[in-house]
Design a protein around this ligand. Sequence first.
Ligand SMILES: [Zn+2]
Length: 299
Amino acid sequence: MIKTIGLDIGGTKINGAVINERGEILKTYKLETCAKEGAQKVLYNIEKIINELKDDDIRAIGVGTPGFIDSEKGIVTFAGNIDGWTGLNLKKEIEKRSGIKTFIENDANIALICEKWLGAAKNYDDVVMITLGTGLGGAVYNSKMGLLEGANFQGAELGHVILYPNGEYCTCGQSGCAEAYCSGSAIRRHYKQLTQQDKTGEEIFNLYEKDEIAKNVVNRFIDDLSWYLTSLRNIFDPEIIIIGGGVINSSKIWWDKLIYKFNEHCHLASKIKLKPAKFLNDAGIIGAGKIAMERLENE
Ligand SMILES: [Zn+2]
C-alpha cells in the first residue's frame, strides 16, 4: 500500500504524519514552527520532522502552508506570517533536504481535500470550505475543475472578501475584510475593545449565557458570519459549505443560531447545506498526504 508524508505548517506548530491509501494515520511527529525565527529555521524543523517520519516505503511528501501558493512550481508567492517565506521555492527546498518528491498546496485547500476524501464533503461535487481559526481561510472545489486557484493563486482567499466597506483593519492591508469580523482573533479583539480584558475565543463563547458583553460579541459574530455565508453561497452556488477550524470546537454555542440567521438572510437557503468539518486538527496532515498520492500518480 502506498504511503506518503503529510505536513501541515501552522502559525505555531508543524504537524507531520505518515498516511496510507485509506487515509489512516500510521505515525505522527510535530514541532514548533518557530515562524518568527525565519524561513531557514522553519525549513530546519521541517527536515527534522521528515527524518523522524521517513522510511524506504515513503513515496512522496505533501505540504500545506498558509499563503498564496503556485502549486505547479511549488513556490510560495505570498505569505505574511513567516519571514522569508514569500518567494520561496518550498518544493525544491524540501526535495533537496529529503530526497523525496514533494508537492505544495495552500493550507485551506488541503483541509478541503481531506473533507472531500473522507469527511463532510465526501458525496458532494461542488464544495466551499471556510476555516474559522485565528484567521479565516477558504477553499473552493469542483469535481470537474478541481481546486480554484485564480490567475495569481489567490482565487479562494475568502477571508479577504469585503464585508464592511471602510471597516476594521485586516492583517492583509485591506479594511473591512470578513476575517476582521468572522474569526477567533476578531472575537477576542471585539471583546477587548468593550471590556479591556484579554480572553481567548473559547472563553468568550463559554461566557455566552453569563456575560452580556460576551453574548453581544458572539451574536455579532453569528450575524456577520450569516451575511458572509449568504454572499459565498450566491457567488459559488455550492451544494455544501463546510465550516472547519478551531472555532468549530465552540459550535454548540453558535451553530443552531447561525443556521437560523442564515435561513433568514439567504435566498432559497433550503437548497444548500451547511455542515461542520469532520476532521479538525488532522485535516491538514491527511489532506497533504492525499495530495502527494494524487499528484504523484498524475506526474
Ligand atoms: Zn484581509
